[in-house]
Ligand binder design. Structure first.
Ligand code: FES
Length: 579
């Protein structure tokens, strides 16, 4: 047995049930593994570490993960462990239709069952593109082994004609400039090559960077996990260190539920506010907490984020990109800056507290990470709105919104679904003014299906040409973490589930008041009751397969959009053999 601390191991290894016995089943388990060149002495009772890999060429953000996995493997071997890499479903944000979010829970099921069914004592999760991070954390949480997250890291800054450009954020900008004639198609083709010029995930503070930051803030990743660029050699060192550390975590029986506690989630929500993180973190953290049995609600998001200043000046809300953030000191500096609000004693995967990991961090660039005393934006958190239009809540990101629109009354212009939007939004005859409120419905979890990132839909071309840059938009969809605007998202219940959004008609008046957290449809109750009596749910999207299972069982946005029967944990034990 090679692990130095094997003698102090807190409990017997799970993997000995596969490899440590003297019977036919153990012979089978070992013999077939030996066809990979594994010597017999590797079955000597050392911790077996699963390296859960979301590598795929169809997930460009994770396409460098075979190399990253190799660095984890070296770390596991350094520490006397037995690494076993295994693939799981990968979710590529840019290629998958209709939306990766439709498959987040499916990937989480794959991860959970792959971990539980195999002889792992601990797991390292390789995550990058948006949904791969929550999916892997959700699946691992439902097994609750010692677990450490390694993010793939952001791409290098985009560089286009002398300017830094950011993933996603500039896609929205360029699309609008194409509509107004400020760019040609040839310009955009050149720009797309300049935007994605290295391995890694989106390098704005979009969902991938936000979730990598959440991994670090939850304590589930090593310090600096969030920001090291994918191609920086220090990302490889981090992966190797994670491989070494997970072996010790097995010895210490430092399981995921001991780290991802209520305090850790509260820390993560506060850090999300301080980094100006993506609204998508709301549904993902709710879902991960649900797997661990940690009580967490939309109200926690509003309460903990309400006064949290944003100290990170990154696109889409700001100016810089993840590479700059790393050189400025990365997430440890943010944690140090907002330390007075955090649960300093929260434990992290390296066995130290979040505060111990961050208290000595140095800020090397106060343009990128501002001191908390003069924050980049006074309000970084997510605002949770309620009212007769969103009885179960809706969210808005104040730091990405236009201040003048945060209190607004306007006439609704309604689009019944995404096809209706595409048909009419750029029609010169569309009756719409800059003061109107655009409503898009049937884009929620059941309605689309899958809860896509269409809530930041582009403004009508004729208003863009007039110089309008933002309007209040309300939907039951999500938006890309790289996007911006005064957009109300995640309206619950969604229209397809009979939420009030289904009852809005063009010409109604809607009132948005972010300060008072109010979203109100100014229509009398008896008229709404008449409309409800006429409302019929949309036709089912599928009669079989995953989409049917998803639509029949998916929860609403305020619960995290997990499937009802996946909430909670089953632990890791499996009693029976296959032969
Ligand atoms: Fe993969 Fe943005 S597309 S992280």
């Amino acid at each position: 047995m090679s692990s130095d601390s094997a003698n102090t191991r807190r409990k017997p290894l799970r993997s000995t049930q596969w490899f440590g016995r003297h019977d036919r089943d153990a012979l089978v388990h070992r013999s077939w593994m030996k066809n990979q060149g594994i010597p017999h002495d590797q079955f000597d009772g050392r911790p077996v570490i699963g390296i859960c890999n979301t590598w795929s060429e169809a997930t460009p953000c994770n396409a460098h993960f075979r190399e990253l996995a190799d660095h984890v493997r070296r770390g596991v071997l350094d520490a006397g462990g037995f690494p076993i890499e295994f693939p799981v479903m990968s979710l590529g944000e840019t290629l998958m239709r209709p939306t990766t979010m439709l498959f987040r829970n499916q990937c989480a099921m794959d991860v959970e069952e792959s971990i539980r069914a195999n002889p792992f004592d601990g797991v390292v999760l390789l995550m990058g593109c948006d949904k791969t991070t929550p999916a892997l954390l959700m699946g691992a949480a439902s097994c609750d082994l010692p677990t450490i997250g390694v993010s793939g890291g952001p791409m290098l800054n985009g560089k286009f004609r002398g300017h830094d450009i950011g993933s996603g954020t500039h896609v929205w900008k360029f699309t609008e400039m194409l509509k107004t004639g400020e760019m040609t198609e040839a310009d955009t083709i050149e720009a797309e090559s300049c935007m994605s010029r290295s391995a890694g995930h989106c390098m704005t503070m979009g969902t991938a960077s936000t979730m990598a930051s959440m991994v670090e803030a939850l304590g589930m990743g090593l310090p600096t996990n969030a920001a090291i660029p994918a191609v920086d050699s220090r990302r490889k060192v981090l992966a190797r260190s994670a491989g070494r550390r997970i072996v010790r975590m097995v010895d210490e029986d430092l399981t995921m539920s001991r780290i991802a506690t209520r305090q850790a989630f509260e820390n993560a929500i506060m850090v999300n506010g301080a980094i100006g993180g993506s609204t998508n973190a709301v549904v993902h953290l709710l879902a991960i907490a649900g797997r661990l049995g940690v009580p967490l609600s939309l109200d926690d998001w509003d309460r903990l984020g309400r006064t949290m200043p944003c100290v990170v000046n990154l696109m889409p809300s700001g100016e810089f990109l993840m590479e700059d953030f790393y050189y400025a000191g990365g997430l440890p500096v943010v944690i140090r800056e907002i330390g007075e609000w955090l649960h300093k004693g929260a434990l992290t995967v390296n066995g130290r507290t979040l505060w111990d990991n961050s208290k000595d961090a140095v800020n090397y660039d106060e343009r990128v990470i501002t001191p908390v005393a003069r924050p980049f934006k006074p309000q970084g958190g997510i605002a949770v709105l309620r009212g007769n239009l969103a009885p179960d809540g809706a969210v808005l990101k104040p730091s990405a919104a236009t201040p003048q629109l945060m209190q607004h009354r306007g006439r609704a212009v309604v689009f019944d679904d995404i096809d209706d939007l595409h048909r009419r939004i750029d029609d010169p005859a569309l009756d719409v003014n800059a003061d109107d409120i655009l409503v898009l419905r049937n884009c929620g979890p059941k309605g689309y299906p899958g809860f896509p990132e269409v809530g930041n839909f582009a403004l009508p071309a004729k208003l863009l040409k007039q110089g309008v840059t933002d309007m209040v938009r309300i939907s039951d969809a999500r938006m890309s973490g790289t996007a911006y605007g005064t957009v109300v998202l995640h309206t619950a219940p969604e229209a397809a589930a009979g939420g009030p959004l289904a009852l809005v008609e063009t010409g109604d008046t809607i009132e948005l008041d972010v300060e008072r957290r109010r979203l109100h449809l100014d229509v009398a109750d008896d008229e709404l009751a008449r409309r409800r009596a006429r409302w019929r749910p949309p036709a089912a999207h599928a009669r079989r397969g995953w989409v049917k299972l998803y639509c029949d069982t998916v929860q609403q946005a305020d619960k995290g959009v997990d499937l009802e029967f996946l909430v909670g944990s089953s632990g890791a034990p499996v009693g029976r053999e296959s032969h």
